[in-house]
Design a protein around this ligand. Structure first.
Ligand code: GAR
Length: 195
């Protein structure tokens, strides 16, 4: 049984998809916690409906950076996990966490990295940039988290077409649908490889 912890900032549809696949028996895992930097996001509502403990840790709750880092580490001390899963977490992780969980943190990004990754490329902005560049295909990437944003080892990718008339929102929905199927499979396969 894989023990995971999830970090999310937004709607939480990737988080929900992972929890649902655990519930359906596709992924033999237990989710020990949700950490969020946004106490009112959709991911928090999902966690509460599944009875998953929520920790709200942000620059607002912990203005001092060391206090902030200690709060994140305290969650891992209290509820140890095998893998930390970033599911729409829109804040860079502190180095101390990346070092502590080296090769154990996964992130999903909504483009075919290394294209459209790094600072400023998050959420809908990624899809806007893909359309502006006239790309013919896009799709999600699951990768390991390193200290450089969106630069860790790529684990999986899945391509979708960019179609004439696509808006950023339409393309986002097409990519997101694939994210929901790709992420739990990647967690399963990566855990089988390293745990
Ligand atoms: C997803 O598309 C995810 O790939 C993206 O944010 C969205 C979160 O959706 N992540 C990033 O842009 C990270 N750089 P969700 O909250 O519904 O899972």
């Amino acid at each position: 049984m894989i023990k995971i912890g999830v970090m999310a900032s937004g709607g939480g549809s990737n988080f929900k998809a992972i929890i649902d696949h655990i519930g359906e028996g596709d992924l033999e895992a237990q989710c020990k916690f949700l950490i969020t930097n946004n106490g009112t996001c959709g991911a928090v509502e999902h966690a509460m409906s599944y009875g998953i403990p929520v920790y709200h840790i942000s620059g607002k709750t912990h203005p001092d950076v060391h206090q902030y880092e200690r709060a994140l580490c305290a969650v891992l001390d209290e509820r140890p996990v095998d893998l930390l899963i970033l599911a729409g977490y829109m804040k860079a992780l502190p180095d101390v966490l990346v070092e502590r969980m080296e090769n154990r943190i996964l992130n999903i990004h909504p483009s075919l990295l290394p294209k459209f990754g790094g600072k400023g490329f998050w959420g809908i902005h990624v899809h806007e940039a893909v359309l502006a560049a006239g790309e013919k295909e896009s799709g999600p990437t699951v990768h390991l988290v390193s200290k450089e944003i969106d630069s860790g080892r790529i684990l999986t990718q899945r391509k979708v077409p960019v179609l004439p008339g696509d808006t950023p929102e339409v393309l986002q929905a097409r990519v997101l649908e694939q994210e929901h199927d790709l992420y739990w499979r990647t967690i399963r396969d990566y855990a089988a490889e390293v745990l």
